[in-house]
Design a protein around this ligand. Structure first.
Ligand code: ATP
Ligand code: MG
Length: 197
């Protein structure tokens, strides 16, 4: 490609990109859904928390599945004055194996999450591992959809978890499905501090 051809091609590309940017004129809170079996859903949500904190934004985090041990991000977020956080107290559901108890804990966590979703001073709400609560029928899907749809206009919501139900996919503005191509764990490599927890 000659220098001139390159210049013409880049000029056309810039015109196209500029016109797309101009068209995108709507300013509103968005719903981002991160699903699929690959690694990177919760850590992507944390990346957005980090971005928002850079702008001094206020954040509410509800964690719907939690191991017994605090993760690195739990310890980091606990130090952030702009972050409010609630976690399901049960530990992983496959450890408790008690549906009634898990449902009660899910409802308790959702009740707090609803407060975040009704609070106009919170800019970003993260609902980590929410998909499982719907799939296991611990929480009512319609209540979740209605609450998220009725949130303050400029509030962003990030939802993570595998096997997202269609209701969430249809509602979200941005949906990424992370594919599991490889995971170290299947080669018997232990979960690593600072990377996996
Ligand atoms: P992360 O928190 O690392 O972004 P995730 O939120 O995408 O992961 P989860 O299904 O919530 O994935 O699982 C969390 C933990 O399980 C992390 O320690 C992660 O490394 C690990 N994990 C994620 N995907 C896989 C996989 N396909 N096989 C084995 N372990 C996985
Ligand atoms: Mg996760």
């Amino acid at each position: 490609m000659s220098d001139n051809q390159y210049k013409t091609r880049m000029k056309r590309k810039k015109e196209h990109i500029d016109s797309r940017i101009e068209q995108a004129s709507i300013d509103k809170g968005v719903i981002i859904l991160l699903t699929g079996n690959g690694k990177g859903k919760s850590s992507s949500a944390l990346g957005m928390i980090c971005r928002a904190l850079g702008y001094d934004m206020k954040i509410g985090v509800a964690k719907f599945l939690k191991g017994i041990q605090d993760t690195g991000e739990d310890m980091f977020l606990a130090q952030q004055s702009n972050v409010q956080m609630v976690s399901m107290k049960t530990g992983f559901t496959w450890d408790t194996q008690d549906k009634k108890y898990d449902t009660a804990m899910a409802v308790e966590t959702w009740t707090k999450a609803k407060e975040y979703l009704n609070d106009g001073s919170i800019d970003l709400v993260v609902l980590d591992e929410l998909t499982y609560m719907i799939n296991y029928k611990y929480l009512d899907e319609q209540d979740i959809l209605d609450t998220i749809n009725n949130r303050p206009n400029n509030q962003h919501v990030v939802i993570t978890g595998r096997s997202a139900p269609d209701g969430l996919i249809n509602m979200a503005d941005t949906v990424s499905k992370i594919e599991d191509v490889k995971h170290a764990f299947r080669n018997n490599i232990k979960a690593q501090k600072g990377v996996d927890f």
